[in-house]
Design a binder for this molecule. Structure first.
Ligand code: COA
Length: 143
């Protein structure tokens, strides 16, 4: 088992892993090969994968806007749960944010994902009860 940086070339395996993982909030539009490549180019060296027997068994995506960090797609394969991989992946991304001088990191969890919420509570992340997320889909004219 090895932890290393996630790269655009990992898209196919990572995408298959995310599709098969419960609790992921990713939508296919935002998980395209191009979107991942753009994300990793804008946020070099912050995202990681765990590989075992040539298969991806854990991932984390991490980005920042110069002020705050954001985590996405933290996931660990079922057979590898409870071994500390989720925490290790989180720590790796936070360490990279620290190197960049980012002082705070946020993430979004589906309110129905109690497993994910239990994890963040266990590793002492603060739940923000006074914030609601508002989103807007930006429309593009079709040719
Ligand atoms: C959330 C997830 C990444 C945790 O991965 P993991 O490798 O099993 O977590 P770890 O082994 O690093 O656990 C770290 C701590 O969280 C606790 N924890 C993990 N999952 C838990 C759960 N379902 N319920 C309660 N505590 C949990 C562990 O007991 C451990 O606590 P400890 O340090 O006091 O022993 C994994 O369950 C997963 O992939 N879930 C599906 C995807 C998902 O929901 N991702 C989060 C989206 S925001």
């Amino acid at each position: 088992m090895k932890i290393s940086k996630l790269s655009p070339g990992d898209f196919e395996k990572a995408s298959a892993f995310w599709t098969s993982t419960r609790g992921m909030m990713g939508q296919m539009g935002t998980d395209s090969e191009q979107a991942l490549a753009t994300f990793l180019k804008r946020n070099p060296g912050l995202s990681f994968k765990v590989v075992d027997n040539d298969e991806i068994v854990g991932t984390i995506l991490c980005g920042h806007d110069g002020r705050r960090g954001y985590l996405h797609h933290l996931a660990v394969a079922e057979q590898y749960l409870g071994q500390g991989l989720g925490k290790v992946l989180t720590d790796r991304s936070i360490e990279e944010l620290r190197r960049l001088g980012i002082a705070k990191c946020h993430l979004f969890v589906d309110s129905r994902n109690s497993e994910g919420q239990q994890f963040w509570k266990s590793i002492h992340w603060n739940e923000q009860n006074d914030i609601r997320i508002f989103s807007h889909d930006i429309e593009y004219p079709s040719d």
